[in-house]
Design a protein around this ligand. Structure first.
Ligand code: TRH
Length: 395
């Protein structure tokens, strides 16, 4: 049975998230919810339609439980129609244009009718993009039926946008972690990885399926020095199948396959803190989607971004937009190599990806320096949560 209350606005915030596929939607909303609770002491109710997927990145979550609390955030199983008593928060965020439950929309309208000041702030949190048009669309309202306003909140890489998710002390923690190599060695041990020496090259791979990855594995196999590729169980495994005896589905985290100087290690999925530390500990990261893409930037290490594929290759437009700002002050030689490598990976171009990876060696030092400088430049003084809290105050 569904019960709704419309009397007084509650002080909490509601975030609604549908898990489309993969982990990006829940990954982003979970990061935001945790940060709002930890740094702004906001009571956050996070409504998620698929707790099973969520439990991959929050292993202690019980997928069958309707309500539970982690990191100060109340997590609710969101069934449609809502079957839990619902009291609307002062701010309601629909993540990535997910359709709010009818009961919630009704409450927003009723409150608005009573008095505009009683109506919750209704925001749609959009996907991250570095495209120019984002500047003009961030923060615009759209008037819904009955005059209620919904605001469009766009994350982004400059001051005209809603900013990037980044916790207050993240860079300090990352610097401390990277200043002592024992941290990464301890992490590798905790993950059950064996045979990794301090100076070996370590590469993490969290991508979608692509033959570009198959080509890189083939290349790394011929390396004269030790390379370790760390692969959390998931879609990347399809692309390494040719190198694995038996079914990739049967691979167990902790298992490894040795191919000359290359070792492929299968990893368990961990929580987001563990995943961040993994990125901080590798020399190079291959990431994807939205959240791991950003976290690879915060790791301050060189990376390849395997962007989420879209119809008509629109993702390549988004990739170009990001490459343009990332390479803005890079020397032409470095920028060309890095951009071509990213393009080749995203176009499944086996020949080009191998070619550009081989050229990476000659620009790796300045690229590493750039990766170190980038996070502060990209953040542009304010992270997404702080801009969002301010936006709500102002609107
Ligand atoms: O899973 P993704 O491919 O998500 C994608 C994108 O967000 C895309 O924009 C969206 O449209 C699509 O989903 C539906 O990649 P992403 O965004 O990197 O999200 C992965 C999340 O999983 C991220 O929060 C990091 C987290 N993660 C862990 O917490 N632990 C792990 O071990 C791993 C491998 C990932």
């Amino acid at each position: 049975m569904s019960t709704t209350q419309i009397a007084t606005p509650a002080s909490h915030w509601d975030i609604f998230c549908t898990v489309v596929d993969n982990y990006g939607d829940i990954g982003v909303t979970w990061r935001l919810a945790k940060q709002l609770a930890a740094e702004y002491h906001i009571k956050v109710n996070l409504w998620v339609d698929d707790l099973h997927s969520f439990s991959h990145i929050l292993p202690n979550l019980i997928a069958t439980k309707r309500q539970q609390t982690f990191n100060g955030v109340n997590i609710f199983q969101w069934n449609n129609p809502l079957d839990i008593e619902y009291q609307a928060g002062s701010v309601i965020i629909e993540a990535f244009a997910c359709e709010l439950p009818e009961q919630v929309k009704t409450i927003i309208e009723q409150r608005h009718k009573q008095s505009k000041s009683l109506a919750p702030h209704w925001l749609n949190l959009e996907y991250l993009s570095a495209e120019d048009w984002v500047d003009g669309c961030h923060g615009l309202p759209s008037t819904q039926v009955n005059g209620v306003k919904k605001w469009f909140y766009f994350p982004g890489f400059n001051r005209k946008t809603g900013g990037l998710i980044c916790e207050q002390h993240l860079f300090k923690e990352r610097e401390q972690w990277q200043s002592d190599f024992n941290n990464k060695m301890t992490l590798f041990k905790q993950l059950g990885l064996t045979g990794i020496n301090h100076h070996d090259t370590v590469i993490s791979v969290f991508s979608y399926e692509t033959e570009a990855l198959t080509a890189l594995i083939r290349l790394w196999q011929t390396s004269t020095t030790a390379i370790h590729v760390l692969i959390p169980k998931g879609r990347s495994l399809t692309s390494i199948a040719p190198f694995i005896p038996g079914e990739t589905n049967n691979l167990i985290p902790g298992q490894h396959v040795k191919l000359g100087n290359l070792t492929l290690h299968i990893l368990p999925m961990t929580d987001q803190t563990g995943f961040d530390r993994l990125l901080w500990s590798c020399d190079f990261n291959i990431v994807r989607g939205e959240d791991s893409f950003l976290r690879a930037q915060w790791a301050a290490k060189p990376f390849i971004w395997h962007i989420y594929p879209q119809e008509d290759d629109y993702h390549l437009v988004k990739l170009e937009a990001f490459m343009k700002i990332y390479c803005d002050n890079l020397a032409a030689e470095i920028s060309t190599t890095w951009c071509k490598l990213n393009l080749a990976f995203n176009q499944d171009d086996q020949h080009a990806v191998v070619n550009h990876w081989q050229q990476l060696n000659s620009v790796i030092l300045p690229l590493q320096q750039h990766a170190l400088n980038w996070p502060n430049n990209a953040l542009d003084d304010a992270d997404l949560a702080s801009r969002l809290v301010q936006f709500v105050k102002n609107s």
